[in-house]
Design a protein around this ligand. Structure first.
Ligand code: NAG
Length: 502
């Protein structure tokens, strides 16, 4: 029999894998109890227009299958034994069809920690009683809302919510900005402020006025506001003494910026470009932003990028800088689909020994260098490389690279995505990888349990697996410092646990 605390640990590792958790509910009462706690911890209502049944102008519209599912979900989540487990509530899509069921349900979710109200469309007053209901909730610490909560009626109710650690406002309008300073003054526990998408109402003056209220902020995001210059923005950021994580939208020609001394994570969203000059400026901008900072994570987000070997090479300059200035701190470099040269791969891998994640594009020479150096990288657990046409990557290429490394667990080469997982053998847990190759173009699978050849290990192995489940670090220490436990590792462990109960 497995102890409950052990089971909690095992199932908790599966919390993003809803399908497996559902299956766990069927095992027995203990499994059901713990798995359903995890399943109900997050309630997501996302009604897309395509699932709404056709309206007819005369009769009331029949409810579609998904709408009925949402009704049922709210009803079962509101049951006395489930409601206290609901920690996260996310509302997206066409929220109108939730109107009747939502408020009574929210009333029962007494332990909500995170609420996201980001509908694409909703009736004006749908969220008014919900916001009023959320006012006195000591458990509520993370709140993300969009304009549905920012009109004349809702904004005053919204700004009465206190005790927040994280606040996200998508497309903040004038109405909310008028009330925001007063609200920030009351949010003394606030650590993260994310102002996203269209932030046109935020002028340099408004931005400056935030400074006195953001002394404790560690993470900040800002969307697009064309009236704010680089100088305004970085002046502002430099005045936030605790700031470590920043997500910005790059859209302006560069100007010198003051250094952000504590910055550890920078995400830059930018427009696509095939122009060397634009890319050089983008890189120069990023360089200035990170100079002197103990940067660990850099990510670029952009929907499209050039995909041939003649793509702009501006990112080599960034790699050179990181290799000289940030070799001790750098952990993740996500250049999205931007190209770097073979020399940059050499430089990066030889100097940034602590690198754990790399996403980039390479030419065939760069790929050869990547292949050669991967075995020397002692912490690189995730790599995603796109090798420029006309190169054709084979699954064997990818498999070979994965097997050449002791730590690499997730590798994507062009369309091949390969994940390593643990295999158990007679005398213990062994490291050789099983390879799960799939095409990258398909959407990520819902992490349903794959067929594991070793899903039923011999009985002698069970104590070891169970001990491993209780002490994840003990299992993983066989490899140097993998920083994430892979889902299929866990499936293997829980599969072993299931075998005992059978
Ligand atoms: C910063 O945090 C401290 C301690 O939690 C608090 O007393 C202070 O009011 C906060 N400052 C701001 C500007 O929120």
């Amino acid at each position: 029999m497995i102890q409950n605390d052990l089971l909690c640990l095992i199932l908790d590792l599966l919390k993003d894998d809803k399908l497996t958790l559902c299956r766990c509910c069927l095992v027995n009462q203990e499994f059901n109890h713990i798995a359903s706690k995890l399943l109900y911890s997050e309630v997501v209502l996302n009604i897309r227009p395509s699932v709404i049944a056709f309206a007819s102008s005369t009769s009331p519209r029949p409810r579609s299958r998904y709408e009925k599912f949402c009704d049922a979900l709210l009803a079962s989540a509101s049951l006395p034994h489930n409601a206290p487990n609901v920690k996260i509530l996310r509302i997206k899509g066409y929220a109108d069809s939730l109107s009747e069921a939502l408020l009574p349900a929210v009333k029962t979710f007494e332990n909500l920690q995170t609420v996201e109200i980001m509908p694409d469309k909703s009736e004006d007053d749908l969220f008014t009683p919900i916001l009023a209901e959320l006012e006195n909730r000591p458990s509520l610490v993370n709140l993300h809302v969009n304009s549905a909560c920012m009109d004349e009626t809702n904004a005053p109710l919204l700004t009465r919510i206190e005790g927040l650690r994280t606040l996200g406002l998508e497309r903040p309008n004038r109405m909310i900005l008028l009330l925001l300073l007063g609200w920030l003054g009351r949010l003394t526990s606030l650590r993260e402020l994310h102002l996203t998408r269209d932030c046109g109402s935020i002028t340099p003056g408004v931005l400056r006025s935030f400074v006195p209220f953001l002394a404790n902020i560690t993470a900040f995001s800002l969307g697009i506001s064309y009236s704010i210059t680089d100088a305004d923005l970085f002046d502002f950021l430099a005045q936030l003494p605790c700031l470590e994580t920043v997500k910005l939208r790059h859209y302006l020609p560069s100007s010198p910026v003051p250094p952000l001394k504590r910055l550890r994570s920078l995400t830059v969203c930018h427009d696509e470009s095939e122009d060397d000059d634009v890319v050089d400026k983008l890189c120069a901008w990023v360089l200035r932003a990170i100079t002197g900072a103990p940067i660990e994570h850099i990510r670029f987000c952009c929907d499209e990028y050039p995909t041939d070997a003649k793509a702009p090479r501006g990112f080599d300059v960034l790699v050179e800088h990181l290799s000289h200035e940030n070799s001790d701190t750098l952990r993740a470099l996500d250049l999205n689909g931007w190209l770097i040269s073979a020399e940059s791969v050499t430089l990066l891998f030889e100097s940034c020994a602590g690198l754990e994640e790399l996403v980039t594009a390479l030419d065939p020479d760069g790929f050869a260098e990547f292949k050669r150096l991967v075995p020397t990288m002692k912490h690189l657990h995730t790599a995603e490389v796109r090798v420029c046409a006309p190169f054709i990557a084979s699954a064997e290429d990818a498999a070979q690279i994965l097997q050449s490394s002791e730590v690499l667990r997730r590798l994507t080469v062009n369309e091949w995505k390969i994940e390593g997982s643990w295999v158990s053998e007679e005398d213990g847990v062994r490291a050789p990888f099983t390879l799960v190759a799939r095409e990258r173009s398909s959407p990520p699978p819902p992490l349903s349990p794959p067929a594991f050849p070793a899903a039923r290990p011999p009985p002698s192995l069970l104590p070891l697996l169970l001990a491993a489940a209780a002490l994840p670090h003990a299992v993983l220490s066989a490899r140097p410092r993998p920083s994430r436990l892979h889902c299929s590792d866990v499936l293997l462990l829980s599969a072993a646990a299931l075998t005992v109960l059978d």
